[in-house]
Design a protein. Structure first.
Ligand code: ZN
Length: 102
């Protein structure tokens, strides 16, 4: 889904949402940056456009430096490493459970 034409998108600068960080980009997000969407829902929502604006608490992007900083705080690295170390069959089973539950 394209939100706007590329030339329209290039007009907007996206700044890192981390306090006091001045990093930004224009146009398409460079690799290493991350969109960060925080919301409340009874269950994870895979179709983000369905989330009511009132239930969104965070809609920002982070630069690579602050993606790493967030990784340190949120146990994301340990979770990723645990997934990578899983056997292929375990990983497939977990993905099936996530697909069914969501
Ligand atoms: Zn930053």
């Amino acid at each position: 889904m394209k939100w706007q034409g590329e030339s329209e998108l290039d007009r907007f600068s996206h700044g890192c949402g981390w306090h006091a960080c001045e990093n930004s980009f224009r146009g398409e997000m460079p690799r290493g940056w991350m969109w960060l969407l925080g919301y409340w829902a009874k269950l994870p929502e895979m179709e983000f456009w369905r989330i009511p604006a009132n239930d969104m608490s965070c809609d920002v992007c982070l630069c690579p430096e602050h993606v790493r900083a967030l990784d340190e705080k949120l146990k994301l690295r340990e979770f990723r490493e645990a997934i990578e170390q899983m056997e292929e069959s375990e990983r497939a089973r977990l993905e099936e459970i996530i697909r069914r539950e969501c």
